[in-house]
Ligand binder design. Structure first.
Ligand code: ADP
Length: 331
């Protein structure tokens, strides 16, 4: 339903989107994740015909975004990062206005407005002006307008940004619900959000797609180099060679702490549990004074770091509480 090929866009000297390619299909909830400034909004604006790419092409619902903008917009509901809601308009008045803008036949407007009010849980605020609503409800109104013409594709830019945890969960649930029937592509810079909501993850960093796959696929690829954290009190010059001699170990780096305590960061190409056991056995045999031994858990942060470092990038790859993917860059 969405096909993107080598899309590229610069703002003056800033290369915002760099040969981005991906596909997304009906029935998927695709999480578009990357730090601030990664190129998510720019990509989404190109896909919704609000921006023109410098190179590459994209089709949405089978329509080229350059040549058939009207058809693309008919098939897409778009929630921009800061939805242009009119503060002094009533909720229903605004939805009527958007139904008109979307060219919805007059005979269908009332029914669609009632439907989106129902889907987005707006019954309690239909008497209010948009300016009176909380951020969470304003975001629901934004979602309601994106759904008003019942498009098969939804493109949502940071739909949970600025919401409190309860509002965030409500919007996530709405996304999951909508994803049962529609293709939903939504951006976020909050890693656990994608784990909670998406069937597929598209990671972008500095304008490039760095990973594309289900959470399990991405974890499996990272698992090929699991890490173990080891702390031992004892002479590093004796311990490091013993560690390196173990079959499972592919790399050892160490930092010397106070009081003869040394921290080792170990990588293994084998199953992390087996390597951890092998280290434990070596510690017993050598009577090492073991302070700490633990396998690093693989979470989305590890995955993001793995795919964001140059050597691990694979652009053609097919692919709880909030944590940012990396320090925020300027927007
Ligand atoms: P994201 O949505 O991932 O935060 P954006 O697509 O907004 O990323 O931005 C990508 C890059 O393009 C950033 O370096 C940003 O500063 C730059 N950028 C975005 N919009 C503009 C603009 N209108 N003018 C100049 N630079 C822009």
């Amino acid at each position: 339903m969405i096909e993107v090929r080598e899309l590229t866009k610069s703002y003056g000297p800033t290369l915002a989107v760099d040969q981005v390619s991906f596909d997304a299909n009906a029935g998927e909830v695709v999480g578009f994740i990357g730090p601030n400034g990664a190129g998510k909004t720019t990509t989404m604006r190109i896909l919704t015909c609000y921006l023109t790419a410098d190179a590459g092409n994209a089709t949405v619902a089978g329509y080229d975004v350059l040549e058939h903008a009207i058809d693309v917009r008919k098939n897409v509901g778009y929630l921009p990062e800061s939805a242009p809601l009119y503060a002094d308009m009533g909720v229903v008045e605004y939805l009527k206005f958007m139904a008109e803008v979307r060219d919805l036949p007059k005979s269908q407007r009332k029914e669609r407005i009632n439907t989106v009010i129902d889907i987005c849980g707006l019954e309690g605020v239909i008497q209010k002006d948009i300016g009176e609503l909380s951020k969470g409800y304003r975001q629901r109104v934004g979602l309601a307008q994106s759904l008003i013409h019942d498009p098969p594709i939804l493109i949502l830019d940071e739909p949970t940004s600025g919401l409190d945890p309860t509002q965030t969960i409500e919007i996530r649930n709405l996304i999951i619900e909508m994803g049962k029937e529609k293709l939903v592509l939504f951006s976020t810079h909050i890693l656990p959000e994608v784990a909670a909501t998406c069937s597929r993850i598209l990671m972008i960093n500095q304008g490039e797609i760095v990973a594309n796959g289900t959470l399990e696929e991405l974890i499996d690829q990272v698992r090929s180099e699991e890490r173990i954290h080891l702390v031992i009190r004892g002479p590093e010059e004796d311990i490091t060679p013993e560690l390196k001699a173990l079959d499972a170990i592919t790399g050892v780096s160490q930092s010397i702490m106070d009081n003869g305590v040394v921290t080792y960061e170990i990588t293994t190409s084998q199953d992390g549990y087996e390597a951890t056991s092998a280290i434990f056995r070596a510690a017993q045999q050598n009577s090492w004074d073991l302070v700490e031994l633990r396998q690093e858990t693989i979470d989305l942060e590890n995955i993001f770091l793995h795919y964001s470092t140059g050597e691990n990038r694979s652009p053609s790859n097919n692919t709880e509480p909030s944590t940012d993917v990396s320090p925020a860059e300027e927007e």
